[in-house]
Design a binder for this molecule. Structure first.
Ligand code: 1PR
Length: 590
């Protein structure tokens, strides 16, 4: 892709004079040359620290640069949770007048730069940062400070920090996107990271900036994922982080708090963090649907049958979605997933309670939220057509960080394998193009089909650890749609590979045979799929004891394990799973 024009950008490539200047200046005395906006603004003084327990008054305002490319609801929620009001940037002037500016970059690098350049924000941003005004960039908000990015590029960035943003190398076995929790290697001048020590923070990205002699003065922490990349930068009052503090639980909130209330806590000597491996994730899943009275409830099936085996045959009710999600957050779940299990037949945008569940949950739950069910094109009773992208956008706006596609991904994969053509029009392709691969999960609902001979089918079969009911030694895993009601002519292996090519960033791998049985994950299936793709795989269905989590992480390459029934019935709390994994030497977020 051609680099955007730089009419108002502060970057001049190669390395801008500003970047060179900054790379050689000390952190305590920032000398900035670029002063096109000089002297007219910025007399505002940084406000004094506030008492944390007091709700912010009118002057406790954070200016938020949201250029409309994606979901920044979680950042808003976290800022509000910490007692601040938010003022949205409407014009470059708003940036220049900000007391403290948060820039949660979302979307693709080129598109973001394009918007910033076209509306004059790029120039204002540079000016603001050069004046050492309080700034926090998040994720793409860090990457844009660099000279350029290889994402659909090269594309010029703001050019404040020397260096090029490049893609992770997946050839060395590391899964891209980098999704999950890592600890950081913290240098001693980080300030906002001073409290976090060895605790993990949440990353989700495919591109990263690399440390070099030219940018080492900026680096406040690095992280290791295949190679050492820049996890955060700090110069005076200017901070930026590659990870998501708004999704990093209480650790992330404490980082944001330190930025918003500088010097509000006694500065002690920072605990030095050590970079670690990517932690294995433990995910709590809430299957949600309306019960017969019309209330939205968390339910749980046995092999996808969610009705009680009583005369009334009612939908099993295991609790309220918002309450349970909040509880799992407190218990230490690394993510929470909502699956709207009747979404295939109901229209999710008509299902306002589900959107409401997301909105309420995201106000208090600061780990990633995934929502699935019913993401497809839809025409309502009045003939109004909604694209899957519109449906997904509404979920993102309501607080989802990722959306999960089930049935529609099966049809897309079938079509792709039949024609060999990527049309760019499937829900999977469209949503991942707009929101990034990392925001799109494909949920697979396969059922075992036993075989005497693996060559009996055209689909990939596996040799089973435990033979089938009639002594069959093999099985293939047939994909289903509509909540397991209809089998399709495609295997889980073929589907996983196809959806990776079509733009899925992660796979949620269920197994109908194991669902709700409590006898452990289907190791044969999870090994098959996690060895076949290079995107993260979430193992799901069958967890009944803490040992099942150790088994799935030691015997397969799953990046995360998801459970529902044992958490809902309070048989095994999330924390016990994590303690057990730690004892077994498996890195988890604590
Ligand atoms: O097809 O795009 O509308 O998406 C529908 C979504 O709803 C899919 O992700 C599909 O997996 C899910 N779904 C549909 N029907 C059911 C059902 O149970 N009747 N739930 C259903 C799938 C499976 C897991 C479950 C694990 C762990 N539930 O999410 O939570 O198996 O359970 P366990 O730990 O208790 O064993 P679309």
């Amino acid at each position: 892709m051609e680099a955007p024009p730089f009419s108002s950008s502060c970057s001049s490539s190669p390395l801008s004079s500003t970047a060179r200047l900054l790379s050689s200046s000390s952190s305590s005395s920032l000398l900035f040359r670029r002063n096109s906006f000089s002297k007219t603004h910025y007399s505002a003084k940084f406000k004094s620290p506030r008492n944390l327990s007091v709700r912010a008054s009118g002057d406790s305002v954070v200016t938020l640069l949201d250029y409309g490319a994606g979901n920044v609801r979680s950042v808003r929620n976290a800022i509000r949770y910490l007692g601040f009001d938010i003022k949205d940037v409407q014009t470059p002037e708003d940036i220049l007048k900000a007391d403290r500016l948060v820039f949660p970059g979302v979307g693709a690098f080129a598109a973001a730069m394009d918007v910033l350049n076209k509306n004059g924000m790029a120039e204002a941003l540079c000016s603001y940062i050069e004046k050492d005004r309080p700034f926090l960039g998040i994720c793409l908000g860090l990457q844009l400070l660099f000279e350029s990015s290889e994402e659909n590029g090269p594309v010029n960035g703001l050019g404040l920090i020397p260096g090029v943003v490049g893609r992770f190398d997946s050839s060395n076995g590391f899964r891209v996107p980098h999704i999950g929790w890592n600890a950081l290697h913290i240098k001693d001048n980080s300030e906002i990271l001073d409290d976090i020590g060895n605790r993990h923070v949440y990353f989700v990205h495919s591109y990263r900036a690399m440390p070099s002699d030219d940018n080492k003065e900026w680096i406040s922490s690095t992280c290791n994922y295949g190679d050492n990349f820049i996890a955060s930068i700090r110069r005076g009052n200017v901070h930026a982080v590659q990870f998501h503090p708004e999704k990093s639980g209480d650790v992330g909130l404490s980082i944001l708090r330190r930025f918003l209330y500088p010097k509000s806590t006694t500065t002690k000597k920072p605990t030095e963090g050590k970079a670690s491996k990517l932690a294995k994730r433990v995910i709590a899943c809430l299957d949600v649907r309306a019960n017969d009275k019309g209330d939205l409830v968390v339910t749980k099936g046995d092999q996808y049958d969610v009705r009680e085996h009583t005369e009334e045959n009612e939908v099993r009710n295991l609790g309220k979605p918002v309450e349970l999600a909040g509880q799992y957050y407190i218990d230490g779940a690394d993510e929470v997933s909502f699956l709207n299990i009747t979404g295939f037949r109901d229209f999710p945008l008509g299902d306002l309670p589900m959107l409401q569940v997301l909105r309420y949950t995201s106000e208090n739950v600061f780990v990633p939220l995934t929502v699935g069910g019913g993401i497809r094109d839809f025409t309502d009773a009045n003939g109004r057509h909604y694209t899957s992208l519109e449906v997904a956008s509404e979920y993102f706006r309501s607080g989802a960080d990722k959306i999960s596609i089930g049935s529609d991904a099966v049809y897309a994969a079938e079509e792709y394998l039949r024609t060999g053509v990527k049309t760019g029009k499937t829900s999977l392709e469209q949503i991942s193009r707009v929101y990034g691969n990392q925001a799109v999960v494909v949920s697979i609902d396969p059922r075992r089909v036993y075989l005497k001979n693996p060559n009996d089918v055209e689909f990939k079969a596996v040799k089973l650890k435990n033979p089938g009911p009639n002594g069959e030694e093999y099985a293939w895993y047939q994909c289903t749609v509509n909540g397991g009601r209809e089998g399709r002519p495609i295997g889980a292996y073929e589907l996983a590979k196809a959806v990776e090519e079509l733009g899925a960033g992660e796979i949620l791998l269920n197994c109908i045979d194991c669902d709700g049985q409590g006898k452990g994950f289907d190791i044969d299936l999870i090994k098959l799929i996690s060895d076949a793709v290079s995107i993260p795989v979430i193992a799901s269905s069958g967890a009944g004891a803490v040992e099942h989590f150790t088994e799935v992480f030691t015997k397969t390459n799953a990046s995360a394990a998801l459970a529902a029934g044992i958490f809902h019935r309070k048989e095994v709390p999330v924390q016990s799973v994590k303690e057990h994994l730690l004892q077994e030497g498996i890195e988890v977020r604590i």
